[in-house]
Ligand binder design. Structure first.
Ligand SMILES: [Mn+2]
Length: 345
């Protein structure tokens, strides 16, 4: 009786958040025909690799697919094919989709203008690994133990008993190597290595992928790094480090926002630092806003700070947007860090 009660309670809870099993997810995918695929704005390796692999999988299942993103395909992911990538602004209005598949995206808002392509009948498949995922889909499959959303996509291939081809393996390798910082971060697991080993067995060119991903600095980027290194600040106890990028910094060096990706690791390399954050003064549609990336070491959780400001992410790597100036955003974040470190003590 008690068991029965418990299981009904559980199934009610499951129904509410629409969490599905891998089997149910794959059965539901099979029933749809016309897919829109998307991830978050400002997509990186995991977002893009996951979407490309899913696109290939669905087409092998005989489905119609269209990839849509607010942004263009980032240059630094040139080891992956961009030919199937579409920007929302280039998609003819009025196209109807049975389903939207979103990967590596903690909230629906993060898909940005892709939302304008959704009809009232479009069902949403939410495939992710963010602990903070809001379960926005009609079908939610969230695997927080996965190092990358690409690991979840790999499980979908396995469920369909589909052998990965080289292009799919390259896309999935990029998801894992970028989200684990080349298998260095604490989210790296035995499974990440096992999957990577299987991907390498398909004959993918690891050196070529890694050179494309990492040996790509421009002189402008190095000059921006030099400028930013000179602006690094730390708290009195040395445990918090941060740096703010202004639009002027980009103008002076000729570097781009994309060039700043990865800079935050320098802050983390300072021995005493437990919390690091990188602020970027935005332009265009996001003018007046500050984009913030967070990193932490040890047991410190930056996801809760990002969530406090309406963002999301993982315990050791998270992000958000804050309205206001660089100075205002910095103060708000320092206050928040003080608050959480105080409650911990
Ligand atoms: Mn990810």
């Amino acid at each position: 009786m008690e068991l029965l009660e418990r299981s009904t309670k559980k199934s009610k809870r499951m129904a509410k958040s629409n969490e599905v099993s891998m089997g149910a997810l794959c059965r539901a995918l099979k029933k749809k025909d016309n897919f829109l695929l998307a991830s978050h704005v400002n997509p990186e390796g995991d977002a893009i690799g996951s979407i490309l692999a899913l696109d290939s999988l669905l087409r092998r299942l005989g489905k119609k697919t269209l990839i849509a993103c607010e942004d263009s395909f980032p240059e630094r992911l040139c080891c992956l094919p961009s030919k199937r990538w579409n920007q929302v602004k280039d998609i003819a209005p009025g196209r109807k989709f049975d389903a939207l598949v979103v990967a590596d995206c903690p909230t629906l808002e993060r898909v940005g203008s892709v939302q304008t392509l959704l009809g009232p009948k479009t069902e949403i498949f939410n495939i992710d690994h963010h602990v903070s995922n809001s379960r926005f889909g009609h079908y939610n499959y969230i695997q927080p133990s996965a190092s990358a959303a690409g690991e979840v996509v790999y499980d979908i291939f396995k469920h369909f008993k589909m052998k990965l081809n080289r292009e799919e393996a390259t896309a999935l390798y990029v998801t894992i190597t970028t989200d684990t910082g080349s298998f260095k971060y604490s989210n790296t697991t035995v499974k990440s290595h096992q999957i990577a080993s299987e991907l390498i067995q398909t004959g993918i060119d690891i050196e070529k992928i890694n050179d494309a991903l990492y040996a790509t600095s421009s002189l402008e980027k190095l000059q921006l790094y030099s400028l930013l290194l000179g602006k690094v600040k730390t708290s009195a106890d040395g445990q918090v480090a941060w740096v703010g990028l202004t639009r002027e910094d980009l103008k002076r060096t000729g570097a781009t926002y994309e060039d700043t990706e990865g800079f935050i690791d320098f802050l983390k390399y300072i021995k005493e630092v437990q919390f690091a954050f990188f602020l970027s003064e935005m332009d265009g549609n996001h003018g007046g806003q500050i984009r913030v990336s967070f990193r932490s070491k040890g047991d410190n959780d930056v996801a809760q700070i990002a969530v406090h400001f309406g963002g999301g992410g993982h315990k050791k790597a998270a992000g958000c947007m804050i309205s206001g100036t660089l100075e205002e955003a910095t103060q708000k974040i320092l206050d928040q860090i003080k608050l959480i470190t105080k409650t911990k003590k």
